[in-house]
Structure formats: C-alpha cells, structure tokens
Design a protein around this ligand. Structure first.
Ligand code: TRP
Length: 340
C-alpha cells in the first residue's frame, strides 16, 4: 500500500515565530505523528532568493535557524524527510519544462504574486525569478508527487496554479504521471493568522511584533509585558475591553480546555474593572511558557550540535533528490526527450 504524500516548505528568511507555530508547525507535527503519510518538509532557499538575491548570507543563517526550529517543535527526521531546495537540481530542471506551459499573463494574474509585488516595491525591476516562482513551486510539489500540501491561505493560488500545470502537462504529453495536489488549509481564522504583539493583524518579522521560538524566557516575559491591551484601561479599577486586547486573544488560542472557565471569568472581571494588565499578562506568560519552554530546551540542545543538524539536512536532501530524479526521468520520457 502506498501512503499519501505530504509536502510543505518555508522560505528561510528569518527565525520562525509563534504565528508559524500555531499556523503550520503544530499541524505538521500532528500529521507526522499520525503515521499515515510519507512526509517531506523543506527549506525553500531558491524561492527566498527570488526576492532576496543579495542576501544569501541571511538565507544561509536562516537555513540553520529554521532547521533548528523544525527539530525543536518535534519534527522527527526519522519520520519526515527534511531537505534544502537548492540541493535538488531536478527541481530547477522541472521548472524549466513547466515554464513553457504557463503564459506570462497567467503569472501576472496570480493574486499572491500580485499582492507581494505591490508590497515589495520592486518598482520597474521585478526579478524574473520572482514572477515565475509559482512555477518553481509547482515543480517542488510535483517532483515528489505530493497529494497533500498543508499551507496558509495565501498559498491557495499556488496550489491552484500547480493543479493547472499538472493538467496542462498531462494533457500536452498524453500522460498521467503528474499528480494534482490538494491544499490543506487552516481550519479557522484563529489558526490561520496569529496577530502581532502590537495588535497588528499579522505577526511578522518586518513589523517586529513577534515572539520567536528561539526567544529566551526573559525576552518572552518582556514581550508579553509590552503587549497591546486596552489603551483606556489605565487604572486597575477601570473597566477594560476584551475585543482587540491581545492578551485575551492569545489566551483564547493558547489556553487549554481546562482553563477556559478561568479565562471566561477573567474576561468578566476585566470588563467590570478590578483586574490589572500585569496579572493577565503573568497568567499568559505561564501558559505560553508551558508550550515554549520544552521547544526552547530542545532547540538549545540541537544548537550545540550543528554538524548533526546539517547532516540531517544532507541525508534528507539526498533522499529527496533520488525521489525527484525518478519523477524527472518520467517527465523527460513523457516529453520524448530521453534520447539515449
Ligand atoms: N511559498 C511558500 C511560502 O512562502 C513556500 C513554499 C515553496 C512551498 N515551495 C513550496 C510551500 C511547496 C508548499 C509547497 O510559505
């Protein structure tokens, strides 16, 4: 029996934060532990280069850091193949063939690419590699014949475009070797997007409003103490607002079932007046630390042994490469360019 294949990746452009954790990492570990899938997780360094061409040092550092984040949250290299995109040349080769099946207009219509272009102030100089990254993403997915791709909602257009490329390839070359993947998207809004400490809709590196899996306990403490609450809740006895108050928002997300009653009582107390922000924040710190402390501990342990971490990535990349090269052979055969 062949098992369904899951593949997903991240651009290594900085350490991973709590938003990544609730939005995707936790789910990956759950899927891994279901033991029903063949799973690939990879560092999309080539994709990161499409808009950070001059920052290859930063990408290199991020490879190490994101790999540590992966291992720290519990991705297990015995169960999941963890690899680095640039070490799989077959992916670039597949991209080359798929490029001929996609029009420039179609790329320019991709809504995520469109949004990113408007945010990144490329001006007139959009790198070609950036515009075609959805095609390279289709290569990432199809090289491993992935059936399922767990990603954020912003990646829906990439999955859609991959499906189109698969249909186009199979139709053009009268084959069925490429598999149309399905996306697995966050179940609800809360899981899809963790707001930043400052109340901004998104936790992000560029906004400087995140808690990182690599933050030490002191930093987490300071960051929570600076969280956005209710600016009109000045004295403890003032009535306070729950809506838009990041402390309560995070408590809803990170509190366990057994704590829900207590959190509901705290909300009532806060709204009535008499519950101070320092108290609610201390309570949140305990709840976050319950999750973060073991992750931090494992992260520090792995960080002591970076040779071992890179060895995991090397072995994973070798395995991934052999799988991708099987697909590439089939692709070339289907296209009739297997000359010898
Ligand atoms: N575009 C994804 C992101 O920014 C990263 C990525 C690259 C990816 N290739 C992929 C995700 C293939 C899933 C499958 O998060």
């Amino acid at each position: 029996m062949t098992r369904p294949i899951i593949l997903t990746g991240d651009r290594p452009t900085g350490n991973l934060h709590l938003g990544h954790y609730v939005g995707s990492l936790k789910k990956r570990v759950l899927l891994q532990n279901e033991d029903k899938y063949d799973m690939f997780v990879f560092l999309a360094d080539q994709q990161a280069l499409t808009d950070h061409a001059k920052e290859s040092e930063m990408i290199k550092d991020s490879i190490a850091n994101v790999a540590l984040d992966y291992l720290a949250v519990g991705l297990d290299p015995k169960k999941v193949t963890i690899f680095i995109q640039s070490q799989i040349p077959e992916l670039a080769e597949l991209t080359m063939y798929y490029m001929n099946l996609v029009s420039l207009a179609r790329l320019e219509r991709n809504p995520t690419v469109k949004t990113e272009i408007s945010q990144k102030s490329f001006g007139e100089s959009i790198p070609t590699g950036f515009l075609v990254y959805p095609i390279s993403q289709a290569a990432d997915i199809t090289a491993f014949k992935a059936n399922l791709v767990p990603v954020g909602n912003d990646q829906k257009p990439m999955i859609e475009q991959t499906r189109e490329i698969v249909r186009s390839f199979n139709h053009t070359y009268k084959t069925d070797i490429l598999i149309e993947p399905e996306g697995i998207f966050p179940e609800n809004e809360a899981a899809g997007r963790l707001p930043g400490l400052d109340g901004n809709a998104k936790m992000s590196k560029s906004l400087g409003n995140g808690i990182y899996l690599s933050d030490d306990a002191d930093t987490v403490h300071k960051k929570v103490m600076s969280m956005y609450t209710d600016p009109n809740h000045i004295r403890v006895e003032d009535p306070g607002q729950i809506e838009g108050n990041m402390v309560f928002h995070y408590l809803d997300i990170f509190g366990h079932k057994e704590e829900q009653e207590e959190i509901a009582n705290m909300k009532k107390h806060y709204q009535k007046g008499g519950l101070g922000d320092v108290k609610t924040k201390r309570y949140l710190i305990d709840i976050l630390e319950r999750e973060l402390a073991p992750i931090r501990k494992r992260r520090l342990e792995y960080a002591q042994n970076m040779d071992y971490v890179f060895d995991i990535l090397k072995k994973g990349s070798e395995q991934a490469s052999s799988k991708a090269s099987e697909t590439l052979d089939e692709v070339k055969k289907a296209m009739g360019i297997n000359y010898f």
